[in-house]
Write a protein that binds this ligand. Structure first.
Ligand code: AHR
Length: 505
């Protein structure tokens, strides 16, 4: 299949934003307990955090980490998680029908984030709680001292304020499953007043208001317009959440999931810009795509326990990802990057064990899932500006999205060095695609022609192959030696159902 990509350094979308490569740690299943935190593990540090997981998080190239939820945050009392551990209560977590011993709380998470080198993104509870508790938490985190909650932080051994920048005003408040679920009008008022009060305390913070939990929500679009009409001047971002999975064996539609993500981003942008115009605002509200991934929501492991069973850290949402899932995750990253003008932050949900790129055994091994690789490659090599990419490709038919191009791609260029990275997927189930890119326009004047410095492909004849603790390395991104530049034109063969990265310098 012939696919032509057209790039020109004069046509950029915007900068590559480090915050696009965020992730998410929720008190859910084994994400925190036996995920990032496992005092019994041989690599555990003095705080009980697994060094092997910290190392993999760095390798993955994670920038921000959203915490502590998710649905969990809508019933959470942050005060339970600070102070001497022996005094902390065990609480029921109604969102996931679990118990939380509160061995990890705010101060431990902040220690983990600092050690790992990630920026925290904190969520406040607007489900069962409200303005006062959000202010108390902000005071604990960001006020240097001399007040009740800032002195409590100091008494707990944390002299310096955390000065957390990014704050989420609740989580998925449009969802009927959410504890304290609200109508758009109810949420809009609470979010506006919470944001206004938080900004009185610390005007330097950046605030994320809840958008829709998916583009399938009945209120999608009107929720954004209603919430932003009330909160526009008080917030910086509106959130978007999207999960995709292969349903009823329809791999063709699943591989085209990024079509929905593009539509989602376009629609939220339109709603935000409508409110901007109607309210005569000058600033723009941008998108924090703070939950996205492949998630097989209908599988049994996604169902929380029931009845009198309230376990600590049960196995929940532990999806095993195959090669096709990794291609979709890579394609979703392509969508986030190509929309860098309006998507200013994003979080792969989640980081460890729970719908995650990193898996652990309690006290034992850790390994990388297939989805780890496209994320790590893009995080490491997407540098500089995102270029506009013209894609001329044959289409294939899908039940969900109609005819879609067989290939999708995004490119970045470092204006300092002229180095270019191209990330591309072949969504065809059966056909190899030949990508052609005329790279002459990308050459820095006075320098030689661009040459291929790296070309890798992640694919497998059996796209259902999934990594396990015993074998996580049989299928990895491998060198693709079909890539060549001849007379200023790059060509590369990319197999069916594949994720590909090309680097030129
Ligand atoms: O990431 C898993 C869950 O998905 C989160 O708790 C919730 O916000 C979303 O529905």
């Amino acid at each position: 299949l012939p696919v032509t990509l057209t790039l020109d350094p004069a046509f950029t979308v915007g900068p590559v934003r480090r915050r696009t490569f965020g992730s998410f740690v929720e008190h859910l299943g084994r994400c925190v307990y036996t995920g990032i935190h496992d005092p019994a593990h041989p690599s555990a540090d003095e705080n009980g955090f697994r060094e092997d997981v910290i190392e993999m998080t760095r390798e993955l190239g994670i920038s921000t980490v959203r915490y502590p939820g998710g649905n969990f945050v809508s019933g959470y009392r942050w005060e339970d998680g600070v102070g001497p551990r022996e005094d902390r209560p065990t609480r029921l977590d109604l969102a996931w029908h679990s118990s939380d011993p509160n061995l990890v709380g705010l101060d431990e998470f902040m220690a983990w984030a600092a050690k790992t080198g990630v920026e925290p993104m904190m969520a406040v509870n607007l489900g069962t709680r409200g303005i006062q508790e959000a202010l108390d938490l902000l005071e604990y985190c960001n006020v240097p001292g001399g007040t009740h909650f800032s002195d409590l932080r100091r008494a707990n051994g944390h002299e310096e304020p955390y000065r957390i920048k990014m704050w989420c005003l609740g989580n998925e408040m449009d969802g009927p499953w959410q504890i304290g679920h609200k109508t758009a009008e109810e949420y809009a008022r609470l979010a506006a007043e919470t944001a206004r009060a938080m900004r009185l305390l610390d005007p330097t913070i950046e605030l994320v208001v809840c958008g829709s939990s998916s583009s399938d929500m009945a209120t999608f679009g009107t929720w954004e317009a209603t919430v932003l009409a009330e909160t526009y001047e008080h917030v910086d971002y509106i959130s978007a959440h999207a999960y995709y999975w292969e349903e009823d064996g329809d791999l063709a539609s699943f591989l085209a999931s990024a079509v929905d993500m593009d539509h989602f981003i376009e629609s939220v942008t339109a709603a935000a810009d409508y409110v901007r115009a109607a309210g005569k605002h000058s600033k723009r509200v941008n998108i924090s795509f703070d939950e996205w991934n492949v998630w097989y929501q209908k599988r049994a492991e996604s169902k929380p326990p029931t009845g009198d069973d309230w376990p600590v850290a049960p196995v929940l949402l532990e999806d095993r990802y195959n090669v096709a899932d990794a291609v979709v995750v890579g394609n979703l990253l392509i969508s986030l990057l190509r929309n860098t003008d309006r998507v200013h932050a994003a979080s792969l949900a989640q980081l460890v064990n729970v719908i995650a790129p990193i898996m652990t055994e309690p006290g034992g091994r850790s390994w990388k899932q297939t989805i780890f690789h496209p994320f790590a490659q893009a995080s490491q090599h997407a540098v500089g500006d995102v270029l506009q990419v013209g894609i001329d490709a044959p289409t294939y038919g899908t039940a969900r999205f109609g005819d879609v191009p067989v290939a999708d791609a995004v490119a970045t260029r470092d204006p300092e060095t002229g180095a270019v990275a191209i990330f591309a997927v072949n969504r065809s189930l059966t056909e190899t695609a030949v990508l052609t890119v005329d790279v002459r326009a990308l050459t820095v004047s006075g320098a030689g022609n661009l040459e291929v410095v790296e070309s890798t492909t992640l694919s497998n004849p059996d796209h259902t192959w999934a990594a396990t603790a015993d074998d996580s390395t049989s299928v990895l991104p491998r060198d693709n030696d079909t890539a060549k530049v001849v007379d200023g034109v790059l060509t590369v063969e990319v197999p069916p159902v594949s994720w590909n990265m090309l680097r030129l310098a």
